[in-house]
Ligand binder design. Structure first.
Ligand code: APR
Ligand code: PHB
Length: 387
């Protein structure tokens, strides 16, 4: 089989890239290791920048996003009883949209057949070949047979644990691991507050978020040694109530969990996003801690750049876009890495920190509370820097 662009991975990065390329007539295919159900069972963050919603609109896959997405004009940073509202609408003239990544993934998956975007699910032993030649290829196994796809280009959109990054011999990784994880719970109960609240306190970080007027998403900071068994639902709700009852509009409503999971936090950038005819995008090249919800939005900006570069090449043989892709993407990636790291440092209790560092966090939030300049800096990063 021969296509113009072969995409590895059907997460948000691969799906968005596939749709962007198809919308300009580029022939492509996506090869995904998991099943559609598995892909749709992953619960991730839910805050979209306009960069991301604009792409969904441009692709015409925005019907559910328009109907169900919640426009958020502000969010809150709290420590103890103090709540500092960041009025992103007043400070930037923009907003973010709360819409689950799982729903965005579903919209892109469901639109694929009509747009002539084939997706091969349950592909095993995916391997990349001849990346330095003009005819790179992907092989995979499915239903007991080995398949080979010849392409002009390969897009590695296969996430942090995929094969694409490992096919690049000369990359350099920059990494920071954090000494805690986030325990998340999703439940069909009304959110405690109309806007997100990121809260720091002696018991650690907690986040009150939502998916809709009737579905809440909460997280708390837990030690890396914590296991799900340590957190019976009642204990988790007690903890959330202790954090958010004093500072939220409605207080924490409890209900049976639809999903509970623990994820570690990491900052990671791999600085070679191109090797021959292979280009990396999304989590395959970088990870941010979820504080600030930049993961999906960065995947979206990567593929916007990459699609533009590939389309330029197909339209008029323009190599400049492809050559410039990495530098253009990295400039935005490092700024989002900085912001996610900053918000993580400001809002979490680090086990190694003492009283001095806690005073520093408190002084920083004091400064934010009193400075429109600081609030603007936080707001413009939160809504997303321009493409
Ligand atoms: N072959 C094919 N597919 C693979 C392989 C492989 N060897 N390895 C992983 N994949 C698939 C995964 O099953 C997943 O569906 O690649 C996809 C990668 O998707 P994500 O991990 O969602 O990464 P990305 O699309 O870059 O999205 C970035 O979305 O998933 C979140 O946390 C992520 O917020 C970040 C954003
Ligand atoms: C979420 O709703 O899952 C969410 C929101 C904001 C974040 C991270 C996660 O920063």
């Amino acid at each position: 089989m021969k296509v113009e662009v072969a995409i590895v991975g059907a997460g948000p990065a691969g799906l968005l890239l596939g749709h962007l390329l198809r919308s300009k007539g580029v022939d492509c295919i996506i090869v995904e290791r998991r099943s559609p159900d598995y892909v749709l069972s992953r619960i991730r963050a839910g805050v979209l920048e306009t960069v991301t919603t604009d792409l969904m609109r441009q692709l015409g896959v925005d019907a559910r996003l328009n109907a169900d997405g919640m426009i958020e004009e502000g969010f809150n940073l709290a420590d103890g009883d103090r709540v500092v509202r960041i009025d992103i609408a007043a400070l930037t003239g923009r907003h973010v949209t709360v819409y689950g990544q799982t729903e965005l993934t579903r919209d892109l998956m469901e639109a694929a057949p009509d747009r002539g975007l084939p997706i091969v699910y349950d592909a095993t032993d995916v391997a990349l070949h001849d990346l330095e030649s003009g005819e790179p290829a992907i092989t995979y196994r499915k239903d007991g047979e080995t398949h080979r796809i010849q392409a002009d280009f390969i897009a590695g959109c296969d996430g942090f644990h995929g094969v694409s990054r490992r096919a690049i011999p000369d990359g350099r990784a920059y990494e920071r691991e954090y000494p805690f994880g986030w325990l998340g719970i999703l439940a069909d109960v009304p959110p405690c507050h109309p806007e997100l609240i990121y809260a720091n306190g002696p018991r650690g970080f907690a986040l009150a978020s939502m998916r809709s007027a009737t579905r809440s998403r909460y997280y708390i900071q837990v030690p890396l040694t914590s296991a799900l068994e340590d957190w019976p639902e009642e204990r988790l709700w007690d903890e959330l109530a202790a954090r958010f009852d004093p500072i939220s509009d409605r207080g924490v409503k409890r209900g049976p969990a639809l999903e509970v999971s623990i994820a570690p936090l990491r900052s990671y950038v791999f600085e070679t996003m191109r090797h021959g005819r292979l280009f990396l995008a999304g989590d395959a090249a970088h990870i941010v801690p979820p504080t600030g919800a930049k993961g999906l939005n960065l995947a979206a900006s990567d593929v916007a750049y990459l699609a533009e570069a590939l389309i330029g090449w197909y339209r008029n043989g323009d190599e400049a876009g492809l050559t410039g892709y990495e530098a253009r993407a990295l400039a935005r990636i490092w700024k989002a890495e900085r912001f996610s790291w900053y918000l993580t440092k400001l809002m979490h209790r680090f086990p190694e920190d003492g009283a001095f560092e806690h005073r520093m966090q408190s002084a920083e939030l004091d400064y934010v509370a009193g400075s429109r300049a600081m609030q603007t800096a936080i707001a413009e990063n939160y809504v997303g820097l321009p493409l």
